[in-house]
Structures are given as structure tokens and as C-alpha cells.
Write a protein that binds this ligand. Structure first.
Ligand SMILES: Nc1ncnc2c1ncn2[C@@H]1O[C@H](COP(=O)(O)OP(=O)(O)OP(=O)(O)O)[C@@H](O)[C@H]1O
Length: 322
């Protein structure tokens, strides 16, 4: 982020005499980090996210730093007089893109989320899930420095949820910051750098974050078997994306296990290391005993493909033979 964002003594209440929804919030929003905000219904999470996104102002305290921010609201205003592609192109132009580029980005995001077939459907006629895909796409168009996601996965089909997981990891790997709320505790489990809880108007650090990362996350994990240069792992494992667990693999390879949300970033780090690593295999890790996984709600190939890291889907890739 060009400017680190900070909330200092921030409070918010609605109306002169309304109760304080948030009180004395102190928060540093680090660059290149994933922050999770938790809390019960009505605790003030969306209120906090709107303040972070800059679409609401605090009643007390101050917010400094103003990164380029994009926001996926809890409720998307779908009744706008645009088609899906027209709306995204329009927003792309507002973000400073020229029309052909805005139109290309709009088409790419719709395609990536499996909504290309609805490019010319009026927003008001979109299904709830497709409308949510448009809501997510509008936030991603301008590659924001700060991405604020308020239950953005809600209503998306399984494939699109997987894609959004990966997009979040990509933004963080590219140095962006993502702040998200999601009621599913498995969402990006183990991937957040910091976890906070809103309760009784206060924002409290939850002992998760880095500890959560290190303590066997319950979300899906990916195993990368790679052959590195002599000397082994580049840098400290703790500084690799996703802080992978590192073990010896078969045939002299190294086995790196990371939360799926970080697998793209880790693959990119390995493939672009100097000298680059050779990736031998990428597989889903067996879930730890007793952990539940999201049931599939879609039996299409797209849903299955969504479990593969993007780096392997988008780039034709062949493991070099030795
Ligand atoms: N525009 C508003 N005007 C008046 N009160 C509001 C407004 N927006 C939110 N509130 C109130 O502020 C409190 C916190 O709401 P908020 O939407 O931030 O909670 P939340 O934690 O996001 O809830 P949920 O998990 O249900 O989405 C609630 O009591 C809500 O009624």
C-alpha cells in the first residue's frame, strides 16, 4: 500500500443518541497481509468494514492512510441500469482504465468466475449468485491495494468460492492487503495473518493469526513436491508464502505443505526463485482426521478444477524432466 492505514480511537454510532456500535478501535492495517474479522450477528463487523473501505466516516477518532481500496458489500445494489459487462466496464473506466482495457478486464473477470454467459444480462435479471460474482469482479478490476470483503463468498457456487480464495491469496502475494468477514470458520482457515473479533463494540485481537497458521489449519491444504537447487529451501520457510511445513519427499525432493489459499503464491515463489525449483507434483493433502470439508454443491469439472492452484490452471506447465 502506498500509505499504511491506521485506525486510532475510532468509534461509530448511528444517530446522535444511538448506542456505540464500535468504540475506541485501534488497528494497524499492515501491507501485504490477510486480516480476518469475526463476531456475532449485529456485533459491528460490517460497520468496521465500511469504515475501512472509506464509504463511511467514524463518529469519533480518526483514520489515517488512504490506500486504493475496493469493497465487496454484504448486499450488492443489483438494480442498476446496466448489463453485467456494461457495469464492470463502466466501473473500470471510473478506475482510470481506457474503455477497451476496461471491457477486456470485465470480460476476463466474468470468465474467471464462470459468468461469461451472463455478460449481456441486465443486472436486475441476474441470479443472486451471478450478481455476487459481478459484485466481486467490480472490486477486483482495479487491483486494489486494500480489498475489503464483507461475506463476499456468500451465494457463490463452489467453483467460484475456490476462485475467490485464490484471488485473495494472489492479492496478498502481490503485496495487497485483504480484510474479510465470513461466517464460515473454514473460509481461508489457517491463512490469515491476524484475526480480530468484534464484541460489545470493541475490536479484540483473537489469538489466531500467526498462531493459527502454525497450528495445523483445518482448511484444505496442498502438497507441493519440488526439487530445489543444492542448499535446499530458498530462505527461511517462515518467509515463504503460507509458511509451509517442509519435509523430505520421495526421490530427494522436498515436500512443502501449505494452506490451499497460499499454494499459488508458493508455487510462484518456487518457480521464480533463482535458480528456479522444479515442481514434480501438486496434490491435495489428506484432511486431518476428524475435519469436515465443504460438501460439493456442484459436480461439474469446474468445481474439481477449482481445487488446483491457479498457477497450474492458467499457465500450461510441465514439470521439467531430469
Ligand atoms: N445504517 C445503519 N443505521 C442504524 N443502525 C445501523 C446501521 N447499520 C448498522 N446498524 C446497527 O449497527 C449494529 C452493527 O451492525 P453491523 O451490520 O455492523 O453488524 P455485523 O456484525 O456486520 O452483523 P451481521 O453478522 O449480521 O452481518 C447493529 O445493531 C445494526 O442494527
Amino acid at each position: 500500500m502506498s500509505q499504511r492505514m491506521r485506525l486510532d480511537g475510532v468509534g461509530r454510532r448511528y444517530g446522535m443518541r444511538g448506542p456505540w456500535v464500535l468504540r475506541d478501535v485501534q488497528l494497524d492495517v499492515p501491507v501485504g497481509a490477510l486480516l480476518r474479522i469475526e463476531g456475532a450477528n449485529g456485533s459491528g463487523k460490517s460497520t468496521l468494514l465500511r469504515l475501512l473501505a472509506g464509504i463511511d466516516r467514524p463518529t469519533a477518532g480518526r483514520i489515517t492512510g488512504c490506500p486504493r481500496t475496493a469493497y465487496v458489500p454484504e448486499r450488492f445494489p443489483a438494480a442498476l441500469p446496466f448489463t453485467a459487462a456494461g457495469y464492470l466496464t463502466h466501473l473500470g473506466r471510473i478506475h482510470g482504465l481506457r474503455t477497451p482495457e476496461a471491457s477486456r478486464c470485465a470480460a476476463e473477470w466474468l470468465e474467471r468466475f464462470g459468468a461469461a454467459g451472463h455478460a449481456h444480462t441486465p443486472l436486475a435479471e441476474l441470479s443472486k449468485g451471478t450478481s455476487q460474482k459481478v459484485a466481486v469482479a467490480q472490486a477486483l478490476l482495479a487491483e486494489p491495494e486494500l480489498l475489503v470483503l464483507d461475506e463476499a463468498w456468500t451465494g457463490l457456487d463452489r467453483a467460484a468460492r475456490g476462485i475467490l480464495d485464490r484471488v485473495v491469496a494472489e492479492r496478498v502475494a502481490d503485496g495487497g492487503t485483504v480484510v474479510f468477514v465470513d461466517h464460515d470458520p473454514r473460509r481461508l482457515a489457517g491463512a490469515a495473518d491476524s484475526v480480530y473479533r468484534v464484541a460489545e463494540g470493541l475490536l479484540l485481537p483473537r489469538d489466531g493469526g500467526t498462531e493459527e497458521r502454525q497450528a495445523a489449519p483445518v482448511g484444505p491444504r496442498v502438497v507441493i513436491e519440488a526439487e530445489g537447487p543444492p542448499g535446499g529451501v530458498p530462505g527461511s520457510a517462515a518467509h515463504l508464502p503460507g509458511a509451509p511445513d517442509i519435509d523430505p519427499g520421495p526421490g530427494g525432493t522436498t515436500r512443502l505443505t501449505v494452506p490451499a489459499a497460499h499454494s499459488d503464491a508458493l508455487l510462484r515463489a518456487l518457480l521464480t526463485a533463482r535458480p528456479p525449483w522444479h515442481i514434480r507434483a501438486v496434490t491435495a493433502a489428506a484432511p486431518p482426521p476428524g475435519t469436515a470439508h465443504e460438501p460439493p454443491d456442484d459436480t461439474s469439472g469446474a468445481a474439481h478444477q477449482a481445487t488446483l492452484p491457479t498457477a497450474l490452471q492458467d499457465t500450461p506447465y510441465e514439470a521439467p524432466l531430469s
